[in-house]
Design a protein around this ligand. Structure first.
Ligand SMILES: *Cc1c(COP(=O)(O)O)cnc(C)c1O
Length: 387
């Protein structure tokens, strides 16, 4: 092997181990309440409310399920269209496709990877029923532009904020500016519950139905509050509430949220300074969030040529470092072509996807590991060739 086994492989991501989760899990096991909506669900929801500046929060079994709930709350049907960036995670599209609605994929901003509001405006048709955006790496989408297009056409906005928990901007808190926002607590996210998510409900008109949907379509939540004396099946729904085990782990994570974020930001800042000269030398561009706002969820760089992507990832692998590419544009995917169409050729999404490399980033990385990544990246040079 090209690297010293004693030094070890630096993984791409590692779930944060919050020590209190063991104690929390024990208390769930010893209680008579392991199903959903117990004390840890309440505590985690309360904490998420505080982190996101108030407003309704419902914990869900995943970010994907929160996106499904959003589609159902908006009553999307096969007659409808939803505007979505092509460069995003597939769940945002799958959650639309499950309703039969068509997806209209649009392009991104070439620097941030976030949806381009100009193309959103262009993609609106009489069938458009929603705009779905994603804050890539917790870099804020231009929400002023998006909400103004949405207001002009009377359209709801869904914010996929899986990457950007707690990010505050001049326009508002990420996940709180659209009608509905979602968070993910998959173990690759900044805080996790193994698997888990949350629906942020910013339009109060959705609260009651969302509670029902999450409880298998029953009004059991109202029953538990004493608002009705029996509960029964009242609407479409599924089992979207996580068990107390997941909530117990999430609670412990959220208690350390500030520490986790500080550690991640420190690593992100070190990458930004440590790689600046190298980037200039090899014609790469480092992630540069507008106004410096991001969630330290990921650190990406954009290489000069498509062929560099695989070469850098392979080179880092030979140095015992796991780096990663990101989303293959959805409009080019098998399901994307079946369930949607592109507004036009989405060149920026393709170019971004082909040039992007993400470096390892998790809260427990040691300074030595961060320096090892920087040193390895700085050692790499593009293959010389005649252009
Ligand atoms: C992780 C992620 C999701 C899905 O979340 P799950 O909790 O894994 O279902 C959705 N969107 C984005 C942008 C994500 O990164």
């Amino acid at each position: 092997m090209a690297f010293d086994g004693a030094v070890g492989v630096i993984p791409f991501s590692r779930p944060h181990p919050a020590p209190a989760s063991l104690e929390n899990l024990r208390s769930v096991l010893e209680s008579d309440h392991a199903h959903g909506d117990g004390p840890f669900t309440m505590a985690a929801s309360e904490r998420l409310r505080a982190i996101t500046g108030g407003g309704e929060v419902l914990l869900t079994t995943s970010g994907t399920h929160a996106l499904e709930m959003a589609s159902r709350l908006l009553d999307l049907t096969p007659d409808d269209e939803v505007i979505l960036p092509s460069f995003t995670f597939s769940s945002a599209a799958a959650a639309v496709a499950m309703t039969g609605a068509r997806i209209v994929f649009v392009d991104i901003d070439a620097a941030t990877g976030n949806i381009d509001p100009a193309q959103v405006a262009e993609a609106v048709t009489p069938r458009t029923r929603a705009i779905s955006v994603m804050h890539y790496g917790g870099q804020p989408v231009d929400m002023a532009a998006i909400t103004s297009i949405a207001a002009h056409h009377g359209l709801p906005v869904i914010e996929d904020n899986a990457h950007g928990l707690g990010v505050v901007t001049d326009d508002g808190v990420l996940g709180r500016m659209g009608d509905l926002g979602i968070q993910s607590f998959h173990d690759t996210k900044n805080v996790h519950a193994g698997e888990g998510g949350a629906l942020l409900i910013n339009d109060p008109g959705h609260v009651e139905r969302a509670e029902i949907m999450r409880e298998k379509g029953t009004n059991r939540s109202q029953f538990l509050r004493g608002a009705v004396d029996k509960y029964s099946w009242v609407d479409w729904g599924s089992s979207y509430l996580p068990s107390e085990f997941n909530a117990a782990v999430l609670s412990a994570q959220l208690d350390e949220f500030d520490t986790i974020q500080a550690a991640r930001h420190k690593i992100w800042d070190r990458y930004a300074t440590g790689l600046a000269d190298w980037a200039g030398l090899v014609g790469a561009t480092l992630m540069r969030p507008p106004r410096g706002i991001h969630a330290a969820h990921l650190f990406f760089l954009l290489l000069g040529r498509w062929s560099d992507q695989g070469e850098l990832i392979t080179f880092l692998r030979s140095r015992g470092i796991v780096a990663a590419f990101h989303y293959v544009p959805l409009d080019t995917s098998t399901a994307g072509q079946r369930y949607g169409r592109a507004l036009r050729p989405l060149d920026r999404s393709e170019d971004f996807s082909r040039r992007l490399v993400r470096l390892p980033l998790w809260a427990g990385m040691t300074d030595a590991q961060v320096e090892r990544v920087i040193a390895a990246v700085c050692e790499w040079r593009p293959t010389m060739e005649d252009v």
